[in-house]
Design a protein around this ligand. Structure first.
Ligand SMILES: Cc1ncc(COP(=O)(O)O)c(C=O)c1O
Length: 410
């Protein structure tokens, strides 16, 4: 379709999405290019369309040195181009995994990692006059994705309120300052704090977002979905509850997630971007995202998509994921116990992969000292003058020693 046709569909069926589009988002549409023309000719007897090297029947002329390592994969799919929005079967399977019955959702668009899903959102809905709202401290790559790449100003609130829990008053204050379209990222479990909303915190936040008077894109960064260790934590994505009550005249929900952490497949680079729109509006947003994929990387890695699809079809996958979660739960508990034993104060954390320590001295200097004096690597978080500990990458039995070493320098 043309950009004007897509924009009209959104204006008619999802006014919030239409109002949120950046200038680039407005221009995005997939022309009838080579991949689309090739797809239209897929059932033809003689196919001389796309620049893939095949035997004429669609089988790639694979090099054995490559193919012998792709054990159990359909080489026809793994070696040929994936469609711009991703392998259709993978998209359907992922949707089944993440979207609850009866909740409005597009088909997920497959991205090259979760960063890419967030980047597509940044391109579609933010820009110099489309601010992004973030709780501080936040994952450092948001600066690259939104400020460097999309030129969007960042408005912040402190993630923790005075009571040490989620700062809903802070969100309210920053939303009240907006006069036009904006995007807010909600990232639970959070990087770098390891904080997830407690169940009691969810309702006031949903009410606040749904009552916002201007077009708002709520981008749920669910990178660490499922990594919960406490009973009072809200374990689901906010997606379903938010979409059930979101008015499409005002609110668009985008969900970024993927195999990176959920399936422990970091290098596979399989992420997803799902929009709170179905029917023609969902298809229009999928097409805009696909157009930006074609305009940058052309298409994602087919082999990785096949691997994730096979995993999703495996009946043992849930048990495998749960096994990893339990390992992380053990590390989480060990870290909390060790910090308490060493009397090292920490910011509230209840989930995910990280914990954060506020420090008195300069956090970067402390980080350097930890490397040189204690052979300890942690991440400095200058936004909060804090140190981030990734307990996800430590053996449980080594955690007390890690904390003692940190304690010596603090
Ligand atoms: C909060 C958050 N979002 C997104 C990502 C990006 O994931 P990916 O590696 O798939 O790009 C990360 C990775 O560290 C993250 O911490």
């Amino acid at each position: 379709m043309t950009p004007a046709q897509l924009n009209q569909i959104l204006a008619d069926r999802h006014p919030a999405a239409r109002a949120l589009l950046s200038p680039l988002g407005e221009r995005a549409a997939l022309p009838l290019g080579i991949p689309q023309q090739a797809a239209q000719a897929k059932d033809c007897l003689r196919k001389a369309t796309i620049g893939e090297i095949t035997d004429g029947a669609g089988n790639p002329l694979v090099l054995p040195s490559l193919a012998e390592h792709y054990v159990g994969l359909d080489l026809r799919r793994a070696f040929r181009y994936a469609p711009q929005p991703g392998q259709p079967e993978l998209r359907t399977q992922w949707r089944r995994r993440i979207v609850e019955e009866g909740v409005v959702a597009s088909l997920p668009v497959v991205t090259t990692g979760i960063s890419h899903a967030i980047s597509l959102c940044a391109e579609l809905f933010t820009g110099p006059d489309r601010p992004l709202i973030l709780g501080t401290p936040y994952w450092d790559n948001y600066d690259n994705l939104f400020t460097l790449h999309a030129g969007a100003p960042i408005l912040t609130y402190s993630t923790y309120g005075d009571d040490g829990f989620y700062n809903i008053a802070g969100v309210k204050k920053v939303l009240a300052e907006l006069e036009g379209p904006a995007t807010i990222i909600l990232n639970f479990p959070n990087n770098p704090t390891g904080y997830s909303l407690r169940t009691a915190e969810v309702e006031p936040l949903l009410q606040l977002l749904c009552a916002h008077p201007h077009p708002l894109c709520v981008l749920l960064d669910d990178a660490y979905a499922g990594l919960h260790y406490e009973a009072d934590v809200y374990r689901r994505s906010l997606y379903s509850e938010l979409v059930r009550r979101a008015d499409p005249k005002k609110l668009l929900v985008c969900k970024a997630d993927g195999a990176t952490k959920e399936l422990v497949f970091f290098g596979g680079r399989v992420g997803f971007l799902t929009f709170s729109a179905d029917g023609p509006a969902g298809a229009a947003l999928e097409e805009k995202a696909a157009a930006l994929i074609r305009a940058t990387i052309s298409s994602g890695c087919a082999a990785s998509q096949e691997l994730v699809l096979e995993a999703l079809k495996s009946p043992s996958l849930p048990a495998e994921v749960e096994k990893v979660r339990r390992i992380l739960e053990g590390r989480y508990k060990a870290l909390k116990a060790a910090l308490i034993a060493e009397k090292i104060p920490f910011a509230p954390f209840n989930s995910g992969c990280f914990a954060m320590l506020y420090v008195q001295e300069d956090c970067e200097l402390l980080r350097q000292r930890l490397i040189h004096e204690q052979s300890v690597g942690v991440i400095a978080v200058p936004q909060a003058n804090a140190l981030r500990i990734a307990f996800c990458s430590m053996e449980e039995e080594d955690i007390p020693d890690l904390v003692q070493r940190i304690g010596r320098v603090l």
